[in-house]
Design a protein. Sequence first.
Length: 282
Amino acid sequence: MNQIIEQRAAFRRLHETGCFVIPNPWDIGSARYLQHLGFKALATTSAGFAFSRGLPDSGVVTADLMLAHIAEIASAVDMPVNADFQAGFSATPEGVAANVRRCIETGAAGLSIEDATGDTERPLYDISQAVERIRAARGAIDSSKADVLLTGRAECHLVGHPQPLRESIARLTAYADAGADVLYAPGLKTREAIRAVIDAVSPKPVNVLVSEDMGLDVSELAELGARRISVGSALARAAWTGFIRAAVSIARDGVFTGFDGAVKYDDLNKLFRTFRNRDPGD
């Protein structure tokens, strides 16, 4: 328990100054490798996990399955882990609060709640409903007396809102007032949009998603004022890209050129033997 308390305190400190990258593993192996590289915190990815289970990232993964995954990642490393907790796995604020309390029990240092409904006809919760859901999550964290950071997510860019930037800013400002510690609008693509969101919610820290090369590196995003940079499902998709290319080349062309440049067996085996010798779960 002391380790969890220390990790949560360290995670909060990361959000106070500067800028850090919080990459998104999808299983124990990828989590431990990212820790090996020296990142200061990790975040789960609902899409990366769903794909690893042969499922779409569209509400098929249950709360129980996601909670088990978050707990597995949190216990596999000795660093803070932020949980991609989607929309809280409930349509009601009361249900969100109950599930947030369960998420806290996984050992996560932070969690995010988004405002997407999963309904194509009404893709976003009304802002008043979305605010109540953030407020419920805040109340669940506070009542647990756990120092868990709450990230409020505005999904406007991802669901095709006609005015995504304006609506994102309105929502994130409301989520900050409702108790969100960190604000996040996935889908921002330009310097101007990123700067607009950061300026609108300042001094609250902002998470910027980089899921493709959009021409901005870490130092440039830091200059814009980003406090936290995540990559969502991008690392998982990069892994799938290599796998698909190699598998397709065998199935379609009968060749094995997709293996060119692959990491050597001995290198991976030695690496994971090293990880096993200092397993946080031991």
